[in-house]
Design a protein around this ligand. Structure first.
Ligand code: GLA
Length: 402
């Protein structure tokens, strides 16, 4: 073969290979700095959006940090204080992002220092588009400049939203911010808020630490309002997603509504239990400075939090559904299991978890702890169950004994 024809044939073969293999944006954009391992278990914290929306200020953030540290939330494992949309107002002549000077007169650095002074971590919000969802300046075209600024301010966590992105490709846009953060000189959690639109489960694990799977949650047992869904609607959208989660890479079914007033105490217990089964980031969305006893009791249930934070990092799945009655199971480290018997119906139900749902032989003995009543039953075999309140759960930890 003439050498030129040979060269052309080689090139064509190469083009064929390239066309056949899917090329990910993070490969072509050389996301070569490793993703920092800063979310080995799902992040825990607080975010301003669910309760306060655009009504954020340094006074509010300080109060929430004070409350997180003093209430027992910090002791229970909550760490991040994240300001969502509307902290930012404009860019200066050099393109540097500016906080709203009226609401944050002392500036973001001073606020981050305050939060750090409480032994907590500090997070901010931006958007991959020209404007955020709330109409503030987004990071498109400013990714590296913004990431450097966040690092200088002491930001530990970035929630990065997807409004006003036009025809941008999601994977590419998030990869650019991931690269900017990794080159910023500071370890920063990247919370991808792309609403599950363009299969974030395919590229999210390489690019970020968590990725939203749906539109927004709102504080209701069930329902649909434009872009937002009630708690059980969001839950139903998680059913097929468990395989994609692993340590440092989590599905995010959106933030908690516990304590915001739209659900009953029983429903909030269910919400919190199910989010723990999903290995969801536990980001409280209520006013931490005005929590009633039930809200604090739910958010700081250490047994339920231990399920969420289990180091094996395997997300739970729905193993059984008979009408309104569901059984969710999550394998835990060391051969233990968490299970939730969930009654979505309007009347109390007798429910039973059979050992075969756990993959255990019927005669295998186990100790069972009810994670809400704290009752421990030893030497159980075959099955475990009880009465489950309407809209309630029975949540247990099953520890097989040798
Ligand atoms: C989107 C996000 C929300 C919140 C708002 C802020 O709707 O999904 O979680 O950040 O934007 O404007």
């Amino acid at each position: 073969m003439h050498p030129l024809i040979q060269r052309a044939a080689h090139l064509l073969a190469l083009v064929g290979v390239l066309a056949a293999a899917p090329v990910h944006a993070h490969e072509t954009l050389k996301l070569d700095a490793p993703k920092p391992n800063i979310a080995p278990t799902p992040p825990m914290g607080w975010n301003s959006w669910n309760k306060f929306a655009c009504n954020v200020s340094e006074k509010l953030i300080r109060e929430q940090a004070d409350a997180m540290a003093a209430s027992g939330m910090k002791d229970a494992g909550y760490r991040y204080i994240v300001i969502d949309d509307c902290w930012q107002k404009s860019r200066d002549a050099d393109g540097n992002i500016q906080a709203d000077p009226e609401r944050f007169p002392s500036g973001i650095k001073a606020l981050a220092d305050y939060v750090h002074g409480k032994g907590l971590k500090f997070g901010l919000y931006s958007d991959a588009g020209s404007l955020t969802c709330g109409g503030r300046p987004g990071s498109a075209g400013h990714e590296f400049q913004d990431a450097r600024q966040y690092a200088k301010w002491g930001v530990d966590y970035l929630k990065y939203d997807w409004c006003n992105t036009g025809t941008r490709n999601a994977e590419a846009a998030y990869t650019i911010m991931a690269k900017a953060l990794r080159e910023s000189g500071r370890d920063i959690v990247l919370s991808i808020c792309e609403w599950g639109t363009d299969h974030p489960e395919r590229w999210g694990p390489t690019v970020g630490h968590l990725w939203r799977t749906t539109g927004d949650i709102y504080d209701a047992w069930e329902g649909q309002k434009d872009w937002s869904s009630g708690m059980t609607n969001i839950l139903d959208m998680q059913v097929e997603r468990s395989a994609h989660a692993s340590p440092n890479a989590w599905n995010d079914p959106d933030m908690l509504e516990v304590g915001n007033g739209g659900m009953t105490t029983t429903e909030y217990e269910s919400h919190f239990s199910l989010w723990a089964m999903l290995a969801a980031p536990l980001i409280a969305g209520n006013d931490l400075s005005r929590m009633d006893a039930d809200t604090l009791r739910i958010l700081t249930n250490k047994d339920v939090i231990a399920v969420d934070q289990d180091p094996l990092g395997k997300q739970g799945t729905r193993k059984q559904k008979e009408g309104d009655l569901e059984i969710w199971v999550r394998p835990l480290q060391g051969g233990e299991f968490a299970a939730v018997l969930f009654n979505r119906g309007k009347t109390p139900a007798d429910m039973k978890l059979k050992w075969d749902r756990l993959g255990l032989p019927e005669d295998r003995k186990a100790d069972v702890k009810d994670l809400w009543s704290k009752k421990v039953t030893k030497g159980v075999h075959g099955s475990y169950g009880g009465k489950v309140a309407p809209h309630g759960v029975l949540m247990v930890r099953v520890t097989p004994t040798p």
